[in-house]
Design a protein. Sequence first.
Length: 155
Amino acid sequence: MDRFLSSAVNRIDQKGRVSVPAHFRAVLAKRGEGELYALRALDMPALDVGGLDLLDRYEQRIAQEDPFAQTADDMSFFCHGDGAFLKLDGDGRITMTDFMREHTGIEGEVAFVGRGPFFQMWEPRRFQAYREEARARLSRLRNQPGTTAFIRGPE
């Protein structure tokens, strides 16, 4: 398995550390990732987390822009200024920093959510609310003409 799938909620310990779920650590190990890149999600109170490939993906996209355009500057500001490196300790834990808590509202627990090539970290109640909203949006789309088979389901 080389994708981040499923979700799990883990408690933050008294030292401010949280264990990354074992199945997420297995993906990171398979990829040879020892250091993580975290980015404050643009339009939701979550962190996008992955290996250096996630940062590379953003930097490749920035390189496609005119370096003198505002878009390139904004994109760099976003992925570099709102990003941080996270270190996994020997037990597969990361320390929850103010950088992470301010954007997400995370306090005592963290919801880890698989997103395929990366995962997200959420405050559990905010994750549950977003999950319900996303399911409702997809449910409304399901019966609209021209909707893809992915949304409609197997025929």
